[in-house]
Write a protein that binds this ligand. Structure first.
Ligand code: AMP
Length: 265
C-alpha cells in the first residue's frame, strides 16, 4: 500500500510485546517505509573502526548508553545521507561527519547539544516525500535525544505498544526451546507434538536461562522506568498513539488502520 505523506515513526514497547514483529509487518505492508536501527548503525561503525565507532564500543560492551551527542550525530548523519534531511540554506553535511576528527568543527567537541545542533543545521528541512518515511528502532532512548531529533526532523507518530503484564509473563512461562537448533515452542499456542520433546529430533526441550519470571519482571520494570520520559515527551507533543492487545495478531490490524488514517487517506 502506498503512502501519501511521509511517515516518521517510532515504536515504543516493552520486551516481549512484539515490537520487531509489528515493525516487520509495517515494512511489508508499506514498502516506502525503511527501518533505521541505532544498534545496527553503531555496530557498522564499530566494525568499520570509525572514530565514533571506536568511542561507542566501550559503552556498548558495558551495556550502557552511548552518549546522547554521539547518537544524535549518528542518526542525523544517516537521515541526511539518505536525503531525508535537507538543509538548503547551509549545505553542511560535512559538519556532522562521522569519519573526520579534529578538522571538523562539530567533532572537535565531543558534545552536540540541541542548541549546537541547530547551529550546525540553521534551517533543517525534513523531506515530506512519502519515500522519506521511516521507523526508528532503538532511537531516541532518552528525552534529550528526542528533543534533539525534534529540532531537526519532527517525528509524526509514536506508537506505544502494550500487552498486559500477566499475558507477557504467561507467554514466557510457556516457552520451551530446543537449544541445539534454536527451535522455540509454546505450551499455549505452539505446542510440540510430544510434550517436552523437539518435533524434529525428539530431543528434550529446555527453558532459556533468562526466561525466569523474576528476571522478566525486573526487565519490564526497568523498561517502564526508562520509557516513561520518552512517552511523556511525545504525549506532550501530541504525536503519541497508544495501542493494546493480548497478541501481535490482535495489535496489527489496529496499527494498520491507524497508519492508513494518518498517512494514506
Ligand atoms: P540495540 O541493538 O538497540 O540493543 O543497541 C545495542 C547497544 O547500542 C545498546 O546497548 C547501547 O549501548 C547502544 N545504543 C543503541 N541505541 C542507543 C541510543 N539511542 N542511545 C544510546 N545508546 C544506544
Amino acid at each position: 500500500m502506498s503512502l501519501k505523506r511521509a511517515a516518521r515513526v517510532i515504536l515504543i514497547g516493552a520486551p516481549g510485546v512484539g515490537k520487531g514483529t509489528q515493525s516487520e509487518r509495517l515494512l511489508r505492508r508499506f514498502p516506502q517505509l525503511s527501518a533505521i536501527s541505532s544498534g545496527d548503525l553503531l555496530r557498522d561503525n564499530v566494525r568499520n573502526r570509525t572514530p565514533l565507532g571506536i568511542k561507542a564500543e566501550s559503552a556498548m560492551r558495558a551495556g550502557t548508553l552511548v552518549p546522547d551527542d554521539m547518537m544524535v550525530r549518528l542518526i542525523l548523519n544517516e537521515l541526511q545521507t539518505r536525503g531525508w534531511l535537507l538543509s538548503p540554506s547551509s549545505p553542511s553535511p560535512s559538519r556532522l561527519t562521522l569519519s573526520s576528527n579534529s578538522s571538523s568543527p562539530s567533532s572537535s567537541s565531543d558534545f552536540i547539544t540541541p542548541t549546537a545542533l541547530s547551529a550546525a543545521y540553521p534551517t533543517p528541512q525534513p523531506s515530506d516525500l512519502p519515500s522519506a518515511s521511516f521507523i526508528l528502532d532503538g532511537f531516541p532512548r532518552t528525552a534529550a535525544q528526542a528533543a534533539a531529533l525534534d529540532t531537526a526532523i519532527p517525528i509524526n507518530l509514536v506508537v506505544s505498544l502494550s500487552t498486559p503484564l500477566e499475558i507477557i509473563l504467561s507467554r514466557i512461562a510457556g516457552r520451551w526451546v530446543h537449544a541445539p537448533s534454536g527451535r522455540v515452542y509454546n505450551t499455549t499456542f505452539n505446542r510440540p507434538k510430544v510434550d517436552g520433546r523437539d518435533d524434529i529430533t525428539g530431543e528434550p526441550l529446555t527453558k532459556r536461562d533468562d526466561d525466569d519470571e523474576h528476571v522478566w519482571r525486573e526487565r519490564l520494570r526497568k523498561f517502564d522506568e526508562t520509557s516513561r520520559e520518552l512517552v511523556d515527551h511525545y504525549r506532550a507533543k501530541g504525536v503519541l498513539w497508544e495501542v493494546q492487545g493480548a497478541s501481535s495478531d490482535e495489535i496489527t490490524p489496529k496499527l494498520f488502520r491507524e497508519f492508513e488514517r494518518r498517512f494514506v487517506e
